[in-house]
Ligand binder design. Structure first.
Ligand SMILES: Cc1cc2nc3c(=O)[nH]c(=O)nc-3n(C[C@H](O)[C@H](O)[C@H](O)COP(=O)(O)O)c2cc1C
Length: 212
């Protein structure tokens, strides 16, 4: 295994990213790359790694799904009582990473997070399949549970309780990550990758290039 890991190595030849072909607004550039990721039919193109920091300054990372891109934020949905929610309560600074392997691309986002409105969360909740809606009631996210059966029992309990009209749980909803920086990374031959960093100052996005 040790030798195998050392030998896994890929040349990145797919594309390039230059100051004169990147869009001036990073949200437009992100949307373009996301669209290409969706069209490239790779698994879970909207998956992003969310990192948060707890009160002991320990970072935690996990995957969540991007559900909305607004003109100034990246929105995901989760349980408001789980570990990540507690961590975001303690520290609103978070990061997001997208990795689209087949396109040899990474996007890194740093910023602050805030809850979205109950109205928006409810609107999205109602658009989810009924099983997913019940799942949000059934799972006390991040808590220890005694067995797998417990989840199934909870699921059946809420199914009987609500029938087909399931309200949004008060402990479930969306967060919007508002970036202060967004970095686009495109793999290039010989490890001389392109890295374009957008940073926001006084409300205006500026671009700079970083060494790979
Ligand atoms: C592909 C994928 C998508 C996921 N999407 C979400 C999501 O949108 N929201 C969410 O709360 N958890 C999602 N999860 C589960 C999280 O990674 C994590 O296990 C869960 O949110 C609990 O994290 P926490 O204990 O740090 O709060 C996803 C996991 C995977 C692998």
């Amino acid at each position: 295994m040790k030798d195998m890991l050392r030998e896994i190595r890929k040349q990145y030849l797919f594309s390039a990213l230059d100051e004169n072909n990147v869009l001036p607004n990073p949200f437009d550039q992100f949307e373009l790359w996301l669209q290409e990721a969706i069209e490239s039919e790779q698994l879970e193109p909207t998956a992003m790694i969310l990192s948060t920091v707890d009160k002991h300054l320990q970072p935690h990372s996990r995957v969540v799904l991007l559900k909305e891109l607004t003109p100034d934020s990246f929105v995901f949905y989760t349980n408001y009582e789980g570990h990540k929610a507690q961590q975001m309560e303690f520290n609103k600074r978070v990061s997001l990473v997208f990795f689209w392997a087949s396109l040899e691309r990474q996007v890194r986002i740093e910023g602050t997070v805030e809850k979205i409105s109950e109205v928006l969360s409810t609107s999205y909740f109602k658009s989810r399949p009924i099983e997913n809606q019940l799942g949000a009631w059934a799972s006390p996210q991040s808590q220890l549970i005694r067995s797998k059966d417990f989840l199934e029992q909870q699921f059946q309990y809420y199914k009987q309780k609500f029938g087909n009209d399931i309200p949004k749980p008060p402990h479930w909803g969306g967060y919007a990550v508002k970036p202060v920086s967004i970095e686009f990374w495109q793999g290039r031959p010989n490890r001389l990758h392109d890295r374009l960093l957008f940073t926001k100052e006084a409300g205006i996005w500026g671009i700079s290039r970083l060494a790979p």
